[in-house]
Design a protein around this ligand. Structure first.
Ligand SMILES: Cc1ncc(COP(=O)(O)O)c(C=O)c1O
Length: 445
């Protein structure tokens, strides 16, 4: 298939969904699991950078990057080339049973990128939820302890261990309880939920003290806790950035009780916030980091990275047939080259521009009540009244309207809209997106 030409987006030429899209959706509905959360009828055909073409030839501007995945932009030529070249040499040999160079090379590079001194080790898998499953097992194995602490609002995945730590929406757990025993949740310092008379920093301190006083001194002996698992920026929970003192104070609490700190950088990693890992903004060095999503720019790959001493489990303790597949590793190596050379810097620069433009919307429209995030992990909160259902409905209308005009967006949290484009997004593309969004907000005002 020819590469999408450099025409301007968006360009909508049919009703949406168009005839081919509608036909495919009808077939899809008959066979695909209804648990998927399709917000609007986009039937993707091909894409490049931030441009997406559907099966009817409509062109969209994509600010979702397939939920923060295509870090280098869709089908970046260097990533495509790496995939093609690797697929001609070796598609699969199972890195858990045999050796091959792309996996070793990627391991070296990612281990070097994990913050903190000393050697690191890595375990490869296929997804974010698997990375968190691996981290949970590793923390239990290394510490000999079983309990875990997660945070309200967190999203760590949907397999049973990760789902136990997830505390984002009840629908994610309904019908699946009970899950892993020994999982406890603590308040996450969402600056918007800060009690009156308290600064966000004081609130962050209070959340850490809550763990000490309400868990450790009442219900959960800290010597039984293997790990605290936390997103440096909550993703699915609403792109919530905690105050700067939160992670350092949490790390100090963990150190006091010999508890491992696991940072879930599945969404915030791979340069999205302008640094390779979001935790680098706070200077905190975690014991374990989990990654997935953008790491291979669209190929399925996840990783658990830890201090070498922690990854001390014996052969057979944990493995994955497909994890660290040669093609996924080759795509990740190409992604790393691009992210380190230019895209991380672009994420910081364009993220600042995006934020500035979103703040203009906030000034103009009363229902845009918050702009938050870091780099290209940025969101706006839509609140139209004291009633949640009305705010959610307005947020959903904005996303639907954007789709009709050729702009692809996704929600997060209760009533927020997230902007998680490719790290390669250009200023002009953000300007187009903002102009569409501004028109929609003006009409809905
Ligand atoms: C922070 C975080 N952790 C874990 C996951 C789960 O990743 P996956 O869907 O690849 O299992 C996600 C997915 O959205 C995520 O945002």
């Amino acid at each position: 298939m020819a590469v999408l030409s450099n025409v301007d987006v968006p360009k909508i030429i049919t009703d949406l969904p168009g005839p081919k899209a509608a036909a495919l959706i009808a077939r899809d509905e008959k066979y695909l699991s209804p648990s998927y959360t399709r917000d609007y009828p986009l039937v993707a055909a091909r894409a490049t950078g931030c441009k997406m073409e559907d099966v009817d030839g409509n062109l969209f501007l994509d600010l979702t990057a397939g939920i923060a995945v295509t870090a280098t932009g869709h089908c970046h030529p260097q990533v495509v080339k790496a995939i093609q070249a690797q697929s001609e040499k070796l598609i699969h040999m199972s890195g858990t049973d045999f050796y091959y160079a792309p996996q070793t090379e990627l391991a070296e590079r990612l281990c070097r990128l994990m913050p903190g001194p000393g050697d690191k080790k890595i375990f490869f898998c296929n997804s974010g939820t698997e990375a968190n499953e691996g981290a949970i097992k590793l923390a239990r194995f290394y510490t000999g302890r079983t309990h875990l602490i997660g945070f309200y609002g967190a999203f760590h995945g949907r397999s049973c261990g990760s789902l136990s730590l997830t505390a984002s929406k009840p629908v994610q757990k309904h019908g699946f309880l009970p899950l892993l025993p020994g999982v406890h949740h603590a308040p996450y310092p969402n600056p918007r939920r800060c009690p009156t008379g308290t600064t966000p920093e004081e609130f962050a301190t209070q959340c850490v003290i809550w763990i000490q006083e309400q868990l450790f001194e009442r219900v959960l002996p800290p010597k039984q806790v293997a790990a605290v698992v936390v997103e440096p920026i909550q993703g699915e929970g609403g792109y919530i950035v905690p105050p700067d003192n939160f992670l350092p104070e949490l790390k100090a609490l963990c150190e006091e009780h010999d508890i491992l700190l696991i940072l879930d950088e599945v969404q915030s990693g791979t340069g999205r916030t302008g640094k390779f890992f979001a935790c680098e903004h706070s200077g905190v060095e975690p014991d374990i980091i989990t990654m997935a999503k953008g790491i291979a720019s669209g190929m399925p790959l996840g990783a658990v990275i830890s201090r070498a001493e922690i990854m001390s489990w014996p052969p057979g303790a944990h493995a994955s047939t497909f994890g660290g597949n040669p093609i996924a590793c080759a795509a990740a190596l190409a992604t790393l080259d691009l992210v380190e050379q230019e895209l991380m810097g672009n994420a910081a620069e364009q993220g600042a521009f995006l934020r500035q433009e979103l703040l203009k919307l906030k000034q103009k429209y009363a229902f845009v009540i918050d702009v938050r995030g870091m780099g290209l992990m940025t969101a706006i909160e839509i609140v139209s009244s004291a009633r949640d259902d009305e705010s959610i409905a307005l947020r959903n209308t904005i996303i639907q309207e954007a789709f009709k005009r050729g702009l692809l967006l996704l929600g997060c949290g209760k009533s927020a809209i997230r902007f998680s484009p490719a790290l390669s997004i250009r200023k002009e593309e953000i300007e187009v997106a903002m102009s569409i969004l501004n028109d929609i907000c003006r009409e809905l005002r």
